[in-house]
Design a binder for this molecule. Structure first.
Ligand code: GLC
Length: 492
């Protein structure tokens, strides 16, 4: 049998364009899929920073005009090889000649409408590649299954092409005014209802994807179940339930090469399972020095996060003074909501030497917090998968998480009777529950350091590689590819 061909569509991919966890997944998964025999490739917008840095390594494959509503736009197509994965880029200076990935919400819908059209026009001859599966991610690529359904298949095109849509966060649906959406995507009138692609007065790309994709996945089994409930469904739970037979959860992995405490160039001292105790001690000491925390016997709790309400930052703020009274030191790295940023700065003033906050995105410091902290706080209200808790476990830092979504699927809660566990859970999004469980962890570390160390070793020995996820996706692609209706042409 010939290799299954999969083309990933995404607005982000590390290291080319990164805003959140989506970039890390797209940066790692296609390579892992190739490792198990799938011909996985990626197509991205050619944002200005990528063009400046990599254009010399790219080959121009095609130039054409793409129609977008009443507009006609130039579309260039480049390809380059990155760590063995072919990456295609859609070029258009007006849409993508910006330094930021996302420019302005009202303009972004047009930018990604163009991207999706350009991808569909590039399949086959222009790319020298005809995929079996288009694997679309998040709202920026959510209209592709609908465009195929409403415009390509009725004319007999792409009948064999299957679509997978992955929801990385259901909160972001890409809603825009109906007139704009209708114009950009040429939406036929019969789809302009709530049973089609509208949510009230707006076009809803995520809804279109849930309705028209052949398979829908999200990034953990627990989140897949949660989004079918009103509490986590973001207004989409009914529709998701009606498509339950094609909805599944595939857990993400992490990049185990970049996140490896035994080779990590950002760390003061490298360490592995065999020398974790001295390794953690040295890194804790260095971290305290770097962030201005007092050197003593207290427990260091780290956070590396976007400062959004999704992440439960307010729960930490609510009990921060009590955590400090408990003897905990807090090391926070992140940016986001200005209200949370200000509250954290005030906390530093109230508790000099006990609370540290760096308001930035700093890759090196992030690694040093993963290595130097004893606990990692991740009290998310909801969490589709979450990557930081997996990274912290790999660095022997025990995550304290709310029992939800991917947190629940990756962290095992400490069991005082059996000694099992790789971290600590609390159940409801209440600050007092967070406080209780941090108290439990701190006491365990103080009074029963052997039990605490066992948890550290258990956390470090988990397998968070992307190979597992790749195998699951490969199975899914297999189930979608039935008997072919048109003969397959060889690729060049
Ligand atoms: C989003 C989700 C996060 C997930 C990531 C990658 O950022 O909020 O939970 O880990 O996507 O799938």
């Amino acid at each position: 049998m010939s290799r299954t061909r999969v083309l990933f569509l995404s607005s982000e991919m590390a290291p080319f364009a990164k805003v959140g966890g989506l970039a890390d997944v797209i940066g790692t998964l296609p390579g892992a899929l190739r490792g198990i025999g799938i011909d996985a490739r990626v197509i991205l917008p050619l944002y200005a920073p990528i063009k400046r840095r990599f254009i010399d390594r790219m080959t121009l494959l095609d130039e054409r005009t793409v129609r977008l509503g009443w507009r006609s736009q130039y579309s260039g197509l480049y390809v380059m090889n990155h760590d063995g994965v072919p990456i295609y880029f859609v070029d258009n200076e007006y849409y993508f000649g910006h330094d930021r990935v996302y420019v302005e919400y009202g303009f972004d819908i047009e930018r990604y409408a163009f991207y999706q059209r350009a991808v569909l026009d590039a399949l086959g001859d222009p790319m020298n590649f005809l995929p079996d599966v288009l694997h679309c991610n998040d709202w920026q690529a959510a209209m592709v299954p609908f465009l195929l359904e409403s415009q390509f298949r009725p004319k007999g095109y792409h009948l064999d092409l299957r679509t997978v849509f992955t929801i990385h966060n259901l909160m972001y649906q890409g809603l825009h005014a109906k007139d704009l959406g209708t114009d950009l995507f040429d939406i036929p009138a019969r789809y302009l209802t709530d049973e089609g692609v509208l949510s009230g007065p707006a076009t809803n790309p995520l809804k279109a994807a849930v309705r028209y994709s052949d398979a829908i996945t999200t990034v953990s089994p627990s989140y897949a179940a949660e989004i079918m409930t009103p509490e986590f469904g973001e207004g989409m739970d009914d529709l998701l339930r009606s498509r339950a037979s094609v909805v599944s959860g595939v857990l993400n992995g992490i990049d185990t090469v970049s996140y490896d405490p035994s080779t990590d160039p950002y760390l003061a001292v490298k360490y592995g399972v065999s020398d974790v105790l001295p390794g953690k001690t040295a890194n804790r000491k260095a971290l305290r020095k770097e962030m201005g925390l007092k050197e003593d016997a207290s427990t260091v709790a780290g956070m590396v996060t976007r400062l959004y309400s999704q992440k439960g930052v307010d729960l930490v703020l609510e009990v921060l003074d009590l955590l400090v009274a408990e003897g905990v030191q807090l090391a926070v790295l992140g940016s986001g909501d200005p209200g949370y940023e200000a509250a954290l700065r005030q906390a530093v003033e109230r508790h000099p030497g006990r609370v540290a906050f760096v308001n930035a995105f700093d890759e090196g410091l992030a690694h040093r917090i993963y290595a130097g902290a004893d606990l990692f706080l991740m009290p998310s209200r909801f969490e589709p998968c979450g990557l930081s808790q997996m990274i912290s476990m790999r660095y022997g830092t025990l995550p304290v998480v709310r029992e939800t979504g991917g947190l629940r699927d990756t962290v095992t809660s400490y069991n005082e009777f059996t000694g099992e566990g790789t971290g600590f859970y609390f159940r409801n999004p209440f600050a007092c529950e967070l406080l209780d469980v941090v108290h439990l962890a701190v006491q365990l570390r103080k009074k029963n350091p052997e039990a605490f160390s066992r948890l550290v070793l258990q956390a470090m020995s988990q397998d968070f590689s992307f190979r597992r996820s790749a195998e699951r996706y490969a199975e899914l692609y297999e189930t979608l590819l039935g008997p072919r209706r048109t003969p397959k042409r060889p690729d060049r």
